[in-house]
Design a protein around this ligand. Structure first.
Ligand SMILES: Cc1ncc(COP(=O)(O)O)c(C=O)c1O
Length: 476
């Protein structure tokens, strides 16, 4: 049976120990002063005895006395309650304290359950290696030392395995320079929290939840204009860096979210030079450089800029979203600040998950998995391009990233995006609201298409609905 919690009493002893008379006096005083309201449940006899070290029956004698005086009343199997002045035993209503005032950041709307989301960044769960992960999980559960220990930087064998992987790609990285985080989102969070100058530059459009995160941390967010159909507008970037003097530029260099744009090596060198000239630090959000076929990977800013470039990456999209496992690689001088910030936020993250991913890497499963994944994504990408070519009108354009999970679909201005969204939603198909991704007014007129999440057939269905919508709204 569930019971209401009992009221707390502060019983002072008049002699060397609390007596029955002390208990009676305390309750009488609390009731007459109005602090104990009718209906309040008194501590059970055995609780009082244990708490105060009373000899047996002292508390019971006190309660008997209180009952005899009509101050309390016993209810079978429920306990002893302050008697009601009226006939009710309900506790008198007290004025509740105020709720705290919270401000919720405006976020992109969640996809309605059951609808087909065309702008999904995730990868089809059917392509993820759940059986092999379960195998690794079973093995790490029995590992001695795991259960009782963690540190804020992350499970050392995982950091070593990540350092080895990055080193094999020509990056100079040691395990000590890596901080494991809850997805790369927490990497963005701890870097942003630690910045002393509260101004950050991002591509516009950029990763919407990164932008919102920076804003929620009261950073000024500066937009670096990105048109995925044209080279980077270095003059606009230079003007922004010169006038806002951001502390950091947070850049997505491969298969940029949401446009699919990838920086060329020339872009990277020019951006490094620009940032050096304006003394802007760089964070490379590398969610996609290894999402390429044939074991290939794209160049990274960190290749050219070395250890001063903060580098983040994540296993959430490629391995299993619910692992929420990412990391930041930082110059040794920056690691203590990032670590302190992470400790403040989480104390440490679950080592069990980290050990599981370490095991997965150590067994050599990851490369095989990426190769399989990329073969399938290549197939879906090709099918997506075929469908777009077959269904879209002449004046619809799209980017051709050739890797990663997304591309950008740019529509003619005559198609109202809000009306198109309403049209497709009514037919069970959702398209992303890109406005969240822009700093200021959008200069593009489109949205992300994610081709990694759905089978080629399902994506074709979604794109067919979209093409119908574009046609319907164009003639309207
Ligand atoms: C470019 C980019 N960076 C970072 C993140 C954060 O991802 P996670 O925390 O799952 O690693 C995302 C998520 O979609 C993203 O698209």
């Amino acid at each position: 049976m569930s019971r209401v919690p009992y009221v707390g009493l502060q019983i002072a002893a008049s002699g060397s120990r609390v007596s029955a008379a002390d208990i009676v006096a305390c309750v009488v005083h609390e009731v007459s002063s109005g602090r104990l309201a009718p209906g309040g449940r008194l501590p059970p006899v055995r609780v009082l005895e244990k708490q105060l070290g009373l000899s047996k029956n002292t508390a019971a004698a006190a309660y008997d006395e209180l009952m005899a005086r009509g101050i309390v009343i016993g209810r079978e199997r429920e306990g002893v309650f302050i008697a009601a002045a009226r006939s009710s035993f309900e506790a008198t209503a007290i004025e509740p304290p105020p709720l705290p005032e919270l401000s919720a950041p405006a976020l992109p709307r969640a996809v309605r359950p059951g609808s087909l989301s065309l702008s999904e960044v995730f990868i089809d769960p059917a392509l993820l290696p759940t059986a092999k992960l379960a195998e690794c999980a079973r093995s790490v559960l029995h590992r001695p030392g795991l259960a009782s220990h963690y540190d804020a930087q992350g499970y050392p064998p995982l950091r070593s395995a990540i350092a080895a992987r990055l080193s094999a790609r020509g990056l100079d990285v040691t395990a000590d320079e890596i901080v494991i985080t809850t997805g790369s989102q927490q990497s963005l969070d701890i870097v942003a929290r630690s910045l002393t100058r509260r101004v950050v530059a991002i591509e516009s459009p950029g990763y919407a939840l990164g932008k919102r995160l920076f804003e929620s941390l009261q950073l000024e967010v500066v937009g670096l204009r990105l048109d995925p159909f044209a080279p980077i507008d270095l003059e606009q970037w230079e003007r922004q860096l010169a006038s806002h003097r951001p502390a950091l530029a947070s850049l997505i260099t491969s298969f940029h979210n949401p446009t699919g744009y990838s920086y060329s090596s020339a872009d990277m060198l020019a951006v490094l030079e620009l940032c050096r000239r304006h003394q802007v630090a760089i964070l490379e959000d590398d969610w996609g450089s290894d999402m390429l076929s044939d074991g290939e990977y794209r160049p990274m800013l960190r290749h050219y800029g070395g250890k001063n470039v903060l580098y983040i990456n994540s296993f959430t999209k490629k391995l299993l979203p619910s692992l929420r496992l990412g990391f930041v690689v930082a110059h040794p001088k920056l690691v203590p600040a990032l670590l302190a910030m992470k400790r403040l936020s989480t104390l440490g993250n679950p080592w069990l998950t980290e050990a599981l991913v370490a095991e997965f890497l150590e067994r050599g499963y990851y490369d095989g998995h990426l190769a399989m994944l990329q073969r399938e994504l290549d197939h879906r990408y090709a099918a997506c391009l075929d469908t777009l070519n077959a269904l879209m009108p002449q004046d619809v354009r799209w980017t051709t990233p050739g890797g990663g999970p997304i591309l950008w679909l740019e529509l003619p201005r005559r198609v109202d995006l809000g009306a198109l969204r309403a049209w497709t939603v009514a037919r069970g198909v959702e398209i992303g609201d890109s406005d969240h991704a822009f700093v200021g007014e959008p200069h593009l007129h489109g949205f992300r298409i994610g081709y990694a999440f759905h089978s080629a057939e399902r994506l074709r269905h979604g794109l067919a609905v979209l093409a119908d919508g574009i046609a319907a709204l164009s003639t309207a």
